[in-house]
Design a protein around this ligand. Structure first.
Ligand code: ADP
Ligand code: MG
Length: 334
């Protein structure tokens, strides 16, 4: 049946993003623990009704790589979205707490995200539009699932109007307002994979730098500020195994290596978001660094994700149907 706001009891705070806040709640009539996301939407009632209608598509999204949907309802002036609670929360929290994630696990994450993206696009013609570590969730059973995909055109519009949609995970073609396709999600995946493997945002030379609170950049990618005691949970076994081994200090691009040229332009923590977006468009794509530290398959895969020309970039399905590399990588046989 339909969910109502007075049927929930708040158990804790899971975090806040640019677009809203997320609570851990229990749906009292059924005893189901859920994550309840509150999205503030500045839109006319008719538009809000339309958004709610569009969100219902999520009832039909069923995949082991997609966070399940329980329902959505209006709570003026918010829209509440109730979804599967993932008890180890998001990967940004995992690496900020435990350090860089082992490259084999990063391979499994790549595979899960590609499966999720392929499902969304093949079955529902949905492009995710917001792939980033905070939208990749994990639970203690070792499941890796994506959430917060762009299912509602009206919701995307309403959020875009408030400039919240701007993010440093955006592909060059999207920054330039070009053709947006499922390949843009592949770019965002590539950026996210580097971030998880290095334990820092790839466009930053400062490991304390939180891409979510990108200096003065008010708009966009706000996340992670609302972390709570939920973060004190341990890693799932699967993730824990390699997290420790890989906790190497972050390597600064060009730093200390006499034979590697300095970055063409410095992307640093003091960049404004507009400078950073310009940098993404104009400079070479980031890579797994230093060269040779990670399995060759991982380097090639990330390079494939980060082809600046979307015409040369594979789509999620193409990246999945040539899985030899991904398998070698994920099994750590390189
Ligand atoms: P963002 O994704 O930009 O961080 P959100 O508002 O989407 O902002 O989410 C805020 C935080 O809530 C996320 O970073 C994540 O850690 C947590 N979160 C979101 N959805 C869930 C969920 N279904 N289960 C557990 N934690 C969640
Ligand atoms: Mg999110």
């Amino acid at each position: 049946g339909d969910l109502r706001n007075d049927e929930f009891k708040v158990l804790g705070d899971l975090g806040a993003g640019a677009g809203g806040t997320v609570d851990k709640v229990v749906h009292v009539p059924t005893g189901t623990v859920m994550a309840k996301k509150l999205v503030l939407i500045d839109a006319k009632p008719a538009v809000r009704k339309q958004i709610l209608r569009e969100l219902q598509i999520m009832h039909t999204c069923a995949s082991p790589f997609i966070v399940s949907f329980y329902g959505a309802f209006m709570k003026e002036p918010h829209i509440c979205i109730c979804m599967e609670y993932m008890d180890r929360t998001s990967l940004d929290g995992v690496y900020k707490k435990h350090g860089a994630i082992g490259i084999q696990v990063v391979g499994k994450i790549a595979e899960a995200v590609l499966e999720g993206l392929t499902y969304l696009y093949d079955v529902h013609r949905i492009i995710h539009r917001d792939i980033k570590p905070s939208n990749i969730l994990v639970n203690s059973r070792g499941a890796i699932k994506i959430c917060d995909f762009g299912v509602s055109g009206e919701l995307i519009n309403s959020i875009a109007n408030t400039f919240v949609g701007t993010s440093t995970y955006m592909s060059p073609e999207r920054i330039q307002g070009g053709n947006y396709s499922v390949k843009s999600d592949v770019w965002s995946l590539g950026i996210s994979l580097i971030e998880l493997a290095l334990g820092r945002f790839p466009f930053s030379n400062n490991d304390d730098h939180d891409p979510a609170s990108n200096g003065s950049n008010g708009p966009g990618n706000g996340n992670g500020n609302g972390r709570s005691a939920e973060d004190d949970s341990d890693l799932p076994d699967e993730l824990r195994a390699t997290a420790k081994a890989s906790r190497a200090p972050p390597v600064l691009p060009g730093a200390g290596a006499a034979n590697s040229p300095p970055p063409v332009a410095a992307a640093g923590p003091n960049m404004s978001i507009l400078d950073l977006l310009q940098y993404i468009v104009n400079e070479p794509a980031p890579r797994l660094t230093p060269p040779g530290k990670y399995p060759r398959e991982a380097e090639v895969f990330v390079d494939d994700c980060l082809r600046k020309d979307p015409g040369l970039r594979k789509n999620p399905k193409q990246l999945l149907v040539t899985p030899e590399d991904l398998e070698v990588w994920a099994k750590g046989m390189a």
